[in-house]
Write a protein that binds this ligand. Structure first.
Ligand code: NAD
Length: 534
């Protein structure tokens, strides 16, 4: 990019103004202006253009913070957010529309009450972001918050300071500054924010910090959406396309230098194919980095020295064998995509979330063993990947849960901006992206409207009670089960009628069969009646 870019040095927000910023955002919500759809659309349109106009600064910041290539920054951060804005703009009217509630939700006897679901903004929300996708992971939830009609305070990660400063300028100069504001800083600033009352906290980050946030939020009954990390397994059986599995899983650990919450931590692979798989991995690495990973302009770097040493320690302490990669250079925060062959769940490579370009390969003798290991390492990971036959892939999906899953690839389930994304259990709760982003910040408020003229139908509810009225009401509103006490379906008249009318298909043969059945039933009925009379 030719444009000359200057980014202000990182400056934390003064602790003493944080309560006023939060209070201002709450006050703005109380003006009700965010409830206007047109107001929200204008903010979303402005956000779209702000990302466009700030592209040089954003690309520069991402390169400075993470050595991200423009290619990756555009693909997975800036284009992503712009697509989010357009998706929300295009669909907002439909998402925000009242939902009329008819049958089967509302019995026909109550249809006069005009039951509906009104989509209400939750209020003022706090969005806390991590460092790995410092733009996307705060602006994508913000799109949801704006769409839903919430005001928001955004706390980007302090580990990506240039991105945090550009975000502050972008949001505060382009959006309604009374509704959307950025607080920059680390733990003290986050703690100050956590002392405020929010209508929802949207947190993306580690499980450890997520626990702190959830505990604190619980004190004020504040709902949270937790987008956490975890140790994600990949399963490879003898029936997999090994070359493809190697290439795709390696991709998962090269994008953003593996600093991706969804990428695999470890691969459980049938021992019969492990050697071949490693050969394919090496070939894939050579293909992606013909001059070596370090020389590649495409590979991001580790965010800082602390994380560099965290990842290095995992490699230093492993008892496994490095079978691909292993190079590193602290001066550049460079770590080569690295695979380690291990044979124990206690290995340092299995114990920690790697959140970097390293992963391990664990040979197993069966899918049973693989599933047992995966469940013991992390019961509810954020992602899982399965490379096997259709039956094997189905078995993996059926027997192990995860936030999302991809069959025959790395994290494709998380690569499309408009499908729901979120963790489960220890990897988080709540989802966003696409319509889920709108829902995440929306309260589904059920509204009923009882017409005055309905009073005579409602007299049954008033005291003094009369048991005859109740019996009448029960008759009018009764629903009967189609199952017995053993849980079996009772084959009543409806069942046989459906069966008869489904007999023989649509053609002339079917019609003839149905008529024959009706005649036979009628005849049997008459015979039985005669027999009873005699
Ligand atoms: P982190 O939990 O260290 O930090 C996240 C945010 O919390 C930052 O804004 C930080 O300032 C704040 N924070 C840190 N310590 C805090 C404390 N003690 N009290 C209050 N706030 C605190 O996470 P990270 O290192 O930035 O990101 C990496 C983690 O995030 C990994 O575990 C990764 O798997 C996870 N992650 C999850 C997703 C997802 O969508 N599920 C996406 C990206 C990253």
């Amino acid at each position: 990019m030719a444009t000359k870019v200057t980014i202000a040095p990182f400056e934390a927000t003064a602790l003493d103004i944080i309560p006023a910023l939060a209070s201002n955002a709450r006050g703005t919500f109380r003006t009700h202006k965010t409830k206007s759809l047109e107001w929200r659309l204008v903010q979303l349109r402005k956000l779209y253009w702000a990302v466009e106009d700030f592209k040089p600064q954003l690309l520069h910041a991402l390169a400075q913070d993470l050595h991200k290539s423009d290619y990756e920054s555009l693909l997975s951060e800036l284009d992503w957010v712009q697509k989010d804005c357009l998706f929300m703009i295009d669909n907002l009217a439909a998402f925000a529309k009242d939902e009329k509630l008819g049958a089967p939700h509302v019995p026909i006897t109550f249809s006069m009450m005009n039951f509906r679901i009104r989509k209400e903004p939750l209020g003022t929300v706090l969005i806390i972001g991590p460092y790995n996708y410092p733009i996307q992971l705060v602006l994508a939830p913000l799109v949801g918050a704006i769409g839903a009609g919430c005001t928001a305070v955004i706390k980007p990660s302090e580990l990506t300071p240039a991105s945090a400063m550009v975000l502050k300028e972008l949001i505060e100069t382009r959006l309604d500054n009374n509704a959307y504001v950025v607080v920059n800083g680390a733990i003290p600033e986050t703690n100050a924010l956590m002392n405020e009352k929010w209508d929802k906290i949207f947190f993306t980050g580690s499980a450890g910090v997520g626990t702190i946030i959830a505990k604190k939020a619980a004190e004020t009954l504040t709902p949270v959406c937790l987008e956490l990390g975890g140790k994600n397994p990949a399963f490879i059986t003898k029936n997999a396309n090994l070359a493809l599995a190697a290439k795709r899983l390696l991709w998962g650990k090269t994008q953003n230098s593996g600093q991706v919450c969804m990428s695999q931590n470890y691969i459980l692979i049938d021992s019969a194919v492990v050697k071949t798989f490693i050969e394919f991995l090496k070939a894939a690495e050579k293909e992606m980095f013909p001059n070596g990973a370090k020389a590649s302009p495409d590979l991001a770097r580790i965010v800082n020295q602390r994380h560099f040493h965290r990842i290095k320690k995992m490699l230093d302490e492993t008892k496994g064998e490095i079978v691909m990669g292993g190079q590193m250079d602290e001066s550049e925060l460079f770590i080569e995509p690295t695979a380690v062959l291990v044979n124990s769940t206690d290995d340092s490579m299995m114990v920690e979330e790697s959140f970097g370009p390293i992963f391990c390969i664990y040979p197993v003798h069966s899918l049973d063993q693989a599933l047992n290991i995966a469940s013991s390492v992390h019961r509810t990971p954020l992602s899982l990947f399965s490379f096997g036959s259709k039956a094997e892939n189905n078995r993996v999906l059926n027997e192990m849960t995860s936030g999302g899953a991809t069959i025959n690839d790395s994290y494709f389930h998380g690569s499309v901006n408009s499908v729901p994304f979120g963790g489960v259990g220890d990897s988080g709760s709540g989802a966003y992206r696409g319509k889920a982003s709108f829902d995440c910040f929306t309260h589904l408020r059920t509204v009923a409207e009882t017409p005055s003229w309905a009073e005579r139908f409602l007299s049954v509810r008033y005291m003094p009670y009369n048991i005859k009225d109740l019996k009448f009401l029960q008759k009018m509103t009764a629903v009967k089960p189609n199952f017995d006490r053993r849980g079996a379906i009772v084959k009543g008249f409806g069942y046989w009628a459906a069966l008869v009318f489904g007999l023989g298909g649509k053609g002339a043969k079917g019609a003839l069969l149905r008529w024959l059945f009706v005649l036979a039933s009628g005849y049997a009925f008459l015979v039985a009646k005669e027999a009873r009379r005699a």
